[in-house]
Design a protein around this ligand. Structure first.
Ligand SMILES: Nc1ncnc2c1ncn2[C@@H]1O[C@H](COP(=O)(O)OP(=O)(O)O)[C@@H](O)[C@H]1O
Ligand SMILES: [Mg+2]
Length: 257
């Protein structure tokens, strides 16, 4: 008896998106699987952020279909995207600088003791424990969870953002240029975190300009050019020159399977 083929967690089918006369996405088909790190590459303006925003529910495609498992979703809202398990770790981290690591991890998701009408009573001790557990899970080493995080390094802050994304038990985590502001050691640590996120059975989508990062962590590489998917290969089968050629238009689209 053969195993059933794995089903993609998320599927974009021939998605197009226009901004006035600009075709930001032009027939993008992309399948994202549990446990896989997909790197999305492409020059500025290729459509990477537009695709991320569509998956997060901030933009709606003008054409094409969006599937989450067996469910086709039209007019996905940000709230619905989160309910479906989509989390984004932004390039500009949306963290509270004056709060500690623990507070940032559970911000807005603090365990409550009980509710009394409109009043919620937060369980701070349980919140701290939960945050510590999640930070340990992503391998973050932060000695004082109460220190305002503006005093922490870029890599530690990135780890907090990732632990925060994982607190929502996501199915898909999208990382938009997560290492752009990091030094080499912190970049390595962040790439390890992305790998760990995928190992938990999450689909990881990494947007990056940096092909060193991409080849270090990705299972599959997808390149966009002028909104069109021009490359989609397992990283192990991909040559750096070919990825660059696809991104820059030197690889003719006829040669793409
Ligand atoms: N909100 C917007 N309004 C108008 N044009 C946009 C908007 N967002 C993106 N674009 C255009 O869509 C194209 C793709 O942009 P983007 O998705 O940001 O590319 P990337 O993230 O790959 O650099 C670009 O031509 C960009 O100018
Ligand atoms: Mg962008």
């Amino acid at each position: 008896m053969s195993m059933p083929a794995p089903q993609p967690l998320v599927r974009c089918l021939a998605i197009s998106k226009y901004f006035g006369g600009v075709k930001a996405l032009d027939g993008v088909t992309l399948e994202l699987y549990a446990g896989e790190v997909v790197a999305l590459v492409g020059d500025n303006g290729a459509g990477k952020s537009t695709l991320v925003r569509i998956l997060a529910g901030f933009y709606h495609p003008d054409q094409g279909e969006l599937w989450f498992g067996q469910q086709r979703v039209d007019a996905l809202s940000p709230r619905q995207a989160r309910a479906l398990g989509v989390e984004t770790v932004h390039q500009h981290l949306l963290l509270c600088d004056n709060l500690g690591a623990a507070a940032n991890v559970v911000l807005g998701q603090e365990p409550t003791v009980h509710r009394l009408g409109p009043l919620k009573f937060l369980d701070h001790r349980r919140g701290r424990e939960e945050a510590a557990r999640r930070l340990a899970e992503v391998g973050a080493s932060i000695s004082d969870l109460a220190t305002p995080i503006r005093q922490l390094s870029g890599g530690q802050r990135q780890a907090i953002a990732i632990a925060r994304a994982l607190a929502a038990s996501p199915r898909l985590v999208m990382f938009d240029e997560p290492t752009a502001a990091l030094g080499s050691r912190q970049t390595e640590a962040t790439l390890r975190l992305i790998r760990r996120v995928a190992e938990r059975g999450v689909a990881a989508l990494l947007i990056s300009h940096n092909l060193d990062d991409v080849f270090a962590v990705a299972d599959r590489i997808v390149a966009l050019r002028h909104g069109r998917p021009v490359f989609n290969e397992l990283a192990g089968n991909a040559l750096r020159e070919t990825v660059v050629a696809a991104m820059t238009g030197l690889l003719t689209e006829r040669t793409v399977p």
